[in-house]
Structure formats: C-alpha cells, structure tokens
Design a protein around this ligand. Structure first.
Ligand code: HEC
Length: 126
C-alpha cells in the first residue's frame, strides 16, 4: 500500500509546478488547455505525435502508436469510454493494449478530471 502510494506520487509530477516556466500552469479543469498541458507533461505526444495523429514510439520494438485524434476510432469513444480504456487497457473493440508499449497502467492513474481534459484536448485535433 505504502509502496503503491509512493509510486503513484512519484509518477506524474502534475503538482510539481515549475516556477521558472514562462508558461503558467492552466487551471485544473476538463478543458482542452489543461488537457494539452497534461499531454505534454506525460509525453503522450512523444509517441502519438504532435497532433495525436499517430506516431512512432522511441521503443524500437513497439507497434505503431495509433491515431487518437478526433477523427480516429478513439476520438469517437466519448469521454466515458476513453477514461475506461485508460483505466482498463481494453478498447471498446476488446483489444488489449500492451502495457509494455502503451503505459496505460501509469496514465490510467490520472484522475477523472485529468483524463477528461486529455480527451477534450484530443477532440480539438481534427
Ligand atoms: C511510450 C509510447 C506511448 C506513450 C507515452 C503513450 N502511448 Fe498510447 N499507445 C502507444 C502504443 C504503442 C499503442 C498501441 C498499443 C498496442 O497496440 O498494444 C497505444 C495505444 C493507445 C490508445 C488506444 C488507441 C486505439 O485506437 O486502440 C490510446 C487511447 C492511447 N494510446 C492513449 C494515450 C494517452 C492519452 C497517452 C498519454 C497520457 C498515451 N497514450 C501515451 C504508445 C504510447
């Protein structure tokens, strides 16, 4: 339990505000602005591409990182469905996301507001 909490806390430094940063941290809310901030912070875009239209993982053994923008399959899951996938690693089509390549176990620990904000941001990427 203690280890889990320590791990969860060290995981996503969403509350470690960089006071040197010229960009202020957006207010925590289900907004695309906060979602975009989290996408940059957690590195979804490092794999899924700048506009989340798909990309290549730094891990050479990884399958391609799918398009998860508004026009993609994931873009139509709805916020509820999206949160469910990030929590369970299973898509509405029953596909299991490989946690070795898609770190859903870590990202699924983001809270509802954070995951919904990410979804709101994905919806702005046509
Ligand atoms: C290290 C690279 C990497 C990072 C970081 C990453 N992903 Fe992924 N993601 C993948 C890969 C690879 C897949 C495909 C996994 C598979 O086929 O098993 C995937 C699949 C997905 C899917 C399923 C898409 C579909 O249509 O099946 C969603 C949704 C997703 N990622 C969202 C995110 C979000 C949101 C973040 C950031 C919080 C994120 N990913 C961070 C590599 C990554």
């Amino acid at each position: 339990m203690v280890m889990y909490q320590a791990g969860a806390m060290g995981l996503l430094p969403t509350d470690k505000i960089d006071h040197q940063s010229p960009h202020p941290t957006p207010k925590k809310a289900e907004t695309p602005a906060y979602g975009q901030y989290l996408v940059n912070l957690t590195g979804c875009n490092m794999c899924h591409g700048t506009n989340m239209k798909g990309g290549t993982s730094p891990d050479v053994e990884s399958p391609p990182c799918p398009d998860i923008s508004a026009g993609s399959a994931a873009g139509r899951w709805g916020a509820e469905g999206f949160v469910h996938v990030l929590r369970t690693g299973i898509t509405p089509l029953g596909k299991e996301l490989n946690p070795k390549f898609m770190p859903w176990r870590e990202h699924g620990r983001l809270d509802d507001v954070q995951l919904r904000a990410i979804y709101a941001y994905l919806q702005t990427n046509e």
